[in-house]
Design a protein around this ligand. Sequence first.
Ligand SMILES: NC(=O)c1ccc[n+]([C@@H]2O[C@H](COP(=O)([O-])OP(=O)(O)OC[C@H]3O[C@@H](n4cnc5c(N)ncnc54)[C@H](O)[C@@H]3O)[C@@H](O)[C@H]2O)c1
Length: 355
Amino acid sequence: MAKVRVGVAGYGTIGQRLADGVALQGDMELVGVADLAPTLAVQALRERGMPYNLYLAQGGDKRIFAEKGIPVTGTFEELADSVDIMLDASPGGAGAENKKIYEARGVKAVFQGGEHNSVAEVFFHGYANYERGVNKNYLKLTSCNTTGLIRSVDCLDRRYGVEKVVVTIIRRVADPGDYHRGLTNALQIDRAPSHQAVDLMTIMPHINATGILVHTPVTHGHMITVVVSGKSKITKEQALEAFREHPRIRVVSVAEGFLGNASFFKYARDLGNPRGDMYEIGLWEDSIAESGKDLIYAIYIPQESVTIPETMDAVRAACGMQTSGQEGTEKTNQYLHIGSYRQEGSHALWNSYDR
Ligand SMILES: NC(=O)c1ccc[n+]([C@@H]2O[C@H](COP(=O)([O-])OP(=O)(O)OC[C@H]3O[C@@H](n4cnc5c(N)ncnc54)[C@H](O)[C@@H]3O)[C@@H](O)[C@H]2O)c1
């Protein structure tokens, strides 16, 4: 089977990571990335010797790139003409505009969480509803928090059955370097229910979900506490067994040194992971507790990298590369070396990067 040709629109926080993710998939070819400004990420791409071809997004001025010595391969339309599927990681709302270009060419696309759900035929998660995305043209990924939340709830739901979840999300207020979000020192609460709980119900309609979200002035990850009511009681041991077996959930403990969000970020950097990224969500073993029939646990969401694996799943579903969620997610996991930490002394993600 010929490799699926993939383009990335928007080379920002998510787009850079999508490009790296596609480059690691043995059965996909990254044709190029598109952006409209010579951002620091684009300048870093040039300084790295242009490992990816850069195309000019709508509204970009080629002369500004030329002044900075950044080579531009072609226009956005030319990129769209050369691919089977676009991964659109432009700012929320811009994807819907770009979609007109994809539609005119019959090119498939996967959009990220900042777009309205109406941009796509299927609101997609690699584990919870992979089959709904098979051979569809337009998929939209869940947001970072929802991606991680659904991974953990789906993990329990598949094995034991879940009726209801209640979440509290402690949300990082900005990504590192986001000066436009201000220098803050305050907490801010959103109106309930949080969109993540509503999104979970859209993808898993058999589960009743609600929750609140609190913005916090940190940049390294979100934290979510989740209260789950099983169809019948789920014990701490049963939950732990299921979480430990899930490829994209990394079970850790306070006792081993994972005190909070910063511990994960520092650990990922110590591993040498590019940009301090992690594809797995973190789940604290010592946060799992039973309360009557219910179960509570806490997860860590590395917001910049958590949606990358599920976006690779979306390409696999939309292009019919694998028709079952199990096969699709397994292929993605294989190419991204997810779970390699379970093999003693081998950190294959870093070894696979030719840098
Ligand atoms: N940052 C996160 O933690 C995070 C996590 C999950 C999902 N998302 C979602 O991913 C999407 C992208 O977010 P981000 O944080 O990477 O944004 P970003 O601002 O870091 O990057 C967006 C990039 O797109 C470029 N761009 C602007 N207009 C464009 C256009 N018309 N076509 C192509 N490129 C264009 C910008 O120059 C910029 O480089 C959003 O939908 C967002 O909600 C973000």
